[in-house]
Design a protein around this ligand. Sequence first.
Ligand SMILES: Cc1cc2nc3c(=O)[nH]c(=O)nc-3n(C[C@H](O)[C@H](O)[C@H](O)COP(=O)(O)OP(=O)(O)OC[C@H]3O[C@@H](n4cnc5c(N)ncnc54)[C@H](O)[C@@H]3O)c2cc1C
Length: 437
Amino acid sequence: MSFVSELSERMPGRVHAPGSTEYEAGAHVFAGQGTPDAVVRPGSASEVGLAVRSAVAAGVAFTVRSGGHGSDPVTGGVVVDLSDLAAIEVGADGVVHVGAGAHWGDVAAALAPHGLGITSGDTRDVGVGGLVLGGGIGWLVRTHGLTVDALREVELVTATGEVLTVNAHSHPDLFWALRGGGGNFGIATRFTLQAADVSGLVGGHVRFDQSDERTVLGAWRDVMRDAPDGLNSTLLVMPALMPEVPAGPQLSVALQGAEAELRRLLEPLLSLPSVADVSLGPVAYGDLLEDAPPGKPPFDFVGGNGFAPDLSEAALDAFAATLESEVPTMLLLRALGGAFSRVPADATAIAQRDGQALVAVNRLVPLDAGPELRAAAAVGIDEAVAFTTGRYANFTPEFGDDVVTEIFPPVTLARLRAIKREVDPHDVFRASHHITP
Ligand SMILES: Cc1cc2nc3c(=O)[nH]c(=O)nc-3n(C[C@H](O)[C@H](O)[C@H](O)COP(=O)(O)OP(=O)(O)OC[C@H]3O[C@@H](n4cnc5c(N)ncnc54)[C@H](O)[C@@H]3O)c2cc1C
């Protein structure tokens, strides 16, 4: 009897074969449609444990899916799809229990009536599981830190199928590793997070034309350098791609405070001659989140990213220079500092706490681009990324040992490996950014 048939007998109604709706949904990730042998949709943590034990005993590879916004379509083996573990419970004092299979838009909607939010990315459809385990840079990162900074407890299925409650007291090392170390240590089925008061937000967008992008970068840096922690912002410079997406710098901002205060803080930017459109006003936290573009993007990305500790003139020159490429380029600067930087570098597996911005350069190439075009697209990216340290795993769709050593500084990686040897010595969990024991 095949493994899939055996598992179907052990987990009636939970194992889905090609052709079923559950299979198509569970085999699909943002980067495309995968071709696993089956999709398993457990209904509880103990069923996740049963699936893990069965796959390990049969020597069958498996991957984990929460919201499916990762970059790793699965070929072969079994997908453990956590879509049915998506309950959201708001407890006392803003403590929230969230199933790993929930999406951040659902979390924002569940918390909105309480005036609460968990800062957690900028997109509604992104899943809870993958984003949390990779760190989670959300809209209000300067005010409330990373998503993992609000994490209090994780329900985790281990390599032996055991269900553990992992927190700072019960398993301090493992809890440290789960805050940024990815899916290398087990399958997280439920997270307990401390939500924050997100009432009284003002925010919106300022769009600039392409006439003076470097000046916009400089003015943005100056505004954010002196800004209170309450001001959060992202500057995205878009290439001329399609008529509905204007080219040039676009600033997205949010502040917990008054609109007049927001406009006062942004004045050096709002007074630039290249301002093309201003749309600012009161906004609910859930409305800050955007919908992901439908389907796989019609291009591939050749890119790099990192945490910039110093937004010097030379660094901004190098970032702006990436826009001069003939290959369409997206440049993203996401302001950090504030609460993000008050967490000690060794408190979680995200160590680059001195980062003033997360910088990402992405060149857009056709899906069928050959090595020559990809190499041409890469020109200039290293020079920009040289002004940053580390890489942000959640924004890194490249995999392999060399990428893992770029993501984590040596001390962090050594500690992650030691914990991996302890909790998963046989390397059962091979996450997208795979940390070997
Ligand atoms: C449109 C878009 C916008 C984004 N915006 C942001 C953003 O603003 N901030 C940010 O920080 N990131 C952002 N990301 C990146 C996102 O955080 C990662 O892609 C993340 O992995 C997605 O999580 P998921 O659960 O949806 O993905 P999945 O594809 O389900 O999972 C990705 C990988 O994570 C691991 N994994 C997932 N769930 C579990 C689990 N429960 N237990 C163990 N391992 C697990 C697995 O290795 C899996 O292959 C964005 C991605 C996209 C596509």
